[in-house]
Write a protein that binds this ligand. Sequence first.
Ligand code: CA
Ligand code: CA
Length: 425
Amino acid sequence: MRRLALLNVLLLICVAVPNLAMAAAHYVRSGAAGNSSGTDWTNAWTALPSTLTRGDTYYIADGSYGSYTFNDAASGSTKIYVKKAIASDHGTDTGWLSSYGDGQAVFSATVYFTTSYWVFDGQTGSGKSGYGFKITTSGANKLLRFDNTPSYITVSRVEMQHRGINTESGDDIIYTLGAKYITVSRCYLHDAGRAPILLRGTTDSIFEYLYVARNWSTGTEHSEGISAYNGTHRNIVRHSVWEDITGTGVLMFDGDGWEIYGNVLFYTPGFTGSVGNGAIATWTGYSVTNAKVYNNTFVNLKGWNTGLSFDLGGSNKAYNNLWYNCERVKFGNVSHDYDWFYNSGTQSETHAQYGAGDPFVSSALYNYRLKSATAAGLALSSPYNIDMEGKVRGSDGVWDRGAYEYGVGSINNTTPSAPGGLTVN
Ligand SMILES: [Ca+2]
Ligand SMILES: [Ca+2]
């Protein structure tokens, strides 16, 4: 027994030691004036070094940084972690000052990923404020690029502020070329020169808990909130807010197996933009198959079609969506039912519900939580049963229509909260 126990202990040590020895932490702080070894906050690098080590974590303090290209070769599935340093997670205390961790680390030019297995985490931020990382530009560049078909990259808690001017040269915020298994989570994308998210050949990726506000579209250079084609399949867009997105559509894509659920798409009063093909749609001559469009809320959208329209393809399904005060809600090539409408036309649906007025807690504050239950929607399986605040749809007996579940859990539906209601952490 004792020999067995000792053997187990030795085995544990043998397993544990290499991992401990391999994973190191390094420190980056603009303005650091130590020996630039990156070993603590006094001796931090002033910018990320050109070569990073697989398995290691790089903490970055508040400050200004330039462009960076994450291009170190993958090694199996071992990730490299790049994190904003914050009070509760900054590695060593040697040389640490709280002022290094209470603001933003700002990359003032494009951030590129050209290899796989990365975690890029700003650690703080939600809705429209408090993000640990920021990427911005004064030029026509894209802000966050995934080139050369990289995969397994997670980007979270990053503000991406473009310059809001369309120069007709491809001013997009996020751009992918053949990327796969990308997750962009809890980021704030705003004032895109063209498209906030432009995907080419990207599959199996997730865009979630985003706040996306304003893009720029012109007659000769059309824009969209998401523009996706050339082999874009099985991508998920969920639990996100899309404010004042204009152009061909808000979410425009082609391909198979897209899932779009739990989003809010809205226009603020006085916004003069519009959408052409649909709020969620594809282009003429493009094909969408097996799309699922569930429990989204559409508010005050304007345009030629603010519904769901897929030109070619089939087997597309839409349930439990809510349209309030939207122009010309039309459906094309999609089976739809259990939707809710007010001042958004009369639709051919067996279980359509027509509301009596404004159903929201506070339209003035863009709080689109429901102030009362809707007629029961169609109960669906996981993962469609969770709203953006984590409420389990239907657990009070009524699966509500729209993005926000009513009447479940500890969140008081009648308490106004942050604009857009994106208070999740
Ligand atoms: Ca600071
Ligand atoms: Ca309910």
